[in-house]
Design a protein around this ligand. Structure first.
Ligand code: ZN
Length: 290
């Protein structure tokens, strides 16, 4: 194949994602470039994609395969946030949290499994990064090594945090979650929000937009719910939180942090927070394609 240069200077044969993963439409160059990776935008649904090569993306994702996994410095702080999410999923199911069968997709070394276990859920995880999965198993959690697409089972709730933005083609992952949920079951997807005040102000200086950390798909609530509907899901609830207008290393960080904190509540109310959680329901009557 002859290499052709695209408008943003990329050699087209090197571009790993050539069409929009949400709606299959063509991608157009934007003014954004992050660490020499051009960001492209869908001409139809405005979804943003990092035009990174397959090799560079694989190297970036290697960072996540380590014994330390993503276990947080403060599990208490994470616990407050994740408990709110699990409670919300239980409310949508019309059930108590206790005894709910939970699958965490991309569980790393199991911080969410730890929280869920301590609050009476029946959790399992699935994780392709072998060292992180081994550490979770050493900690006593039930973790399947590999990808959710090859799993069998039946779950009331499936969660996946900070995973979908790493995937070249997220639809098969969502379809696998759909297959594994009971009718009426809830999938919670957590990722960044490009329809946030943070992205409006920081643009590509927002650390979520960094393809160097393996992030290549940048969602809004609109693009994420549109993609999930293709897998058969129905939107149950959208929740966003947090605003930041300066990174820690930028001048005026402390001042802007106060401004950001004062805007946290309006951002949450208006869906403009930088962290997006979308709750999706598998309908009681099967809507999946094929
Ligand atoms: Zn699109």
């Amino acid at each position: 194949m002859t290499a052709t240069a695209a408008k943003d200077g990329l050699v087209l044969s090197d571009v790993w994602i050539s069409t929009c993963p949400v709606c299959d439409s063509s991608l157009a160059p934007t003014r954004y470039v992050v660490h020499r990776v051009p960001i492209r935008q869908c001409s139809q649904c405005n979804h943003l994609v990092g035009a990174i090569s397959e090799q560079a993306h694989s190297e970036a994702n290697l960072e996540w395969n380590k014994d330390e996994g993503t276990w947080p410095k403060s599990i208490r702080r994470l616990e407050r946030r994740r408990l709110r999410t699990l409670r919300q999923a239980a409310v949508l199911l019309g059930r108590k949290m206790k005894g709910l069968r939970l699958l965490d997709v991309g569980c790393s070394n199991g911080s969410l499994l730890d929280i869920a276990l301590r609050h009476g859920l029946d959790p399992e995880g699935v994780e392709p990064a072998e060292r992180a999965a081994d550490d979770a198993i050493r900690r006593g959690f039930t973790v399947h090594k590999g990808y959710v697409e090859s799993l069998s089972g039946s779950y009331d709730v499936i969660t996946t945090f900070e995973v979908i933005e790493h995937l070249r083609d997220p639809l098969p992952m969502l379809s696998a979650c759909y297959r594994l949920l009971v009718p009426g079951g809830i999938l919670v997807v957590g990722t960044g929000n490009t329809d946030s005040w943070t992205f409006r102000v920081l643009g590509t200086r927002w650390d979520y937009m960094n393809p160097g950390t393996g992030h290549i798909n940048y969602f809004s609530s609109h693009s994420l719910s549109r993609l999930a509907e293709r897998a058969g899901f129905r939107l149950a609830k959208i929740s966003t939180r947090a605003v930041s207008f300066r990174n820690r290393d930028q001048p005026g960080y402390r001042f802007w942090k106060l401004i950001s904190q004062s805007l946290a509540i309006p951002a949450r109310m208006l869906g403009k927070g930088e962290q997006l959680e979308i709750f999706l329901r598998k309908p009681y009557a099967d809507n999946s394609i094929g």
